[in-house]
Design a protein. Structure first.
Lengths: 85, 148
């Protein structure tokens, strides 16, 4: 029961993340900001996917998203540091 | 008759399962509500053109919701270990707990960094705003009239 509801919620959050990233890209023209927002919402969706009894595919997807998120976060922080000297 | 005989292992399992469901649902609800609030606030800010600072604040608040939801989910994992019967289930629980703990740690770090950044931006903007002359409003009493 909880896994069905949380899967639907994860789908809604994923769609919200796509909308937010698209709006951020159009309004600010800053791809790093849009990517950061997208990854924030995807992380929330991955966590919602993990609610309920765990399965190996859900675990793999969550681990992958978190790894990508960390990689992107480090890259963005490094780029910001270079830009500010 | 011992307590274990009277209450029964299956009853304990049922109680723990109900508790796990409740705690996990609470965690999921917190994450979902946080994402919805962030979505609505983001749209409001994006269409009002309030600059970049509100986005950082919205991301910070979403991160805080995620950390809080994760804490609940970790609590549910710990409860689940009380009744996990097979080695595979225990391995899955250990992996989930490891992922959630790692994410909790990294999210905490990111929140700290973003908080520092937001504070630094506010500190940089405040002196500029204080030094800027007022652009609107009538001249104060006693001010000599400017020649045309």
């Amino acid at each position: 029961m909880i896994s069905t509801v949380s899967r639907d919620a994860a789908l809604i959050v994923t769609a919200a993340g796509l909308i937010v990233a698209a709006v951020a890209l159009v309004r600010t023209r800053r791809a790093p900001l849009a990517l950061a927002l997208l990854l924030d919402f995807f992380t929330a969706a991955a966590l919602l996917h993990l609610a309920g009894p765990p399965t190996w595919p859900a675990l793999g997807a969550a681990a992958l998203i978190i790894a990508i998120r960390q990689l992107a976060s480090h890259a963005l922080t490094a780029a910001r540091g270079r830009r500010h000297g | 008759m011992s307590l274990a005989d009277g209450f029964g292992e299956h009853n304990l399992e049922d109680v723990v399962n109900v508790l796990v469901q409740v705690v996990e649902a609470a965690g999921a609800a917190i994450i979902f509500v946080g994402a919805v609030i962030a979505f609505v606030r983001f749209l409001l800010v994006a269409f009002r053109r309030e600059g970049m600072d509100p986005f950082a604040q919205i991301r910070l608040d979403l991160g805080r919701f995620l950390v809080l939801g994760l804490e609940f989910q970790l609590a549910a994992d710990i409860l689940r270990t009380a009744v996990a019967p097979s080695f595979t289930e225990l391995a899955q629980l250990a992996t989930v707990a490891a992922i959630r703990t790692a994410l909790n740690f990294f999210l905490g770090l990111e929140i700290k960094e973003e908080t520092k950044l937001v504070r630094a931006n506010k500190a940089a903007v405040a002196p500029v705003a204080a030094a800027a002359p007022p652009t609107t409003g009538a001249a104060p009493p006693g001010t000599p009239a400017q020649p045309p």
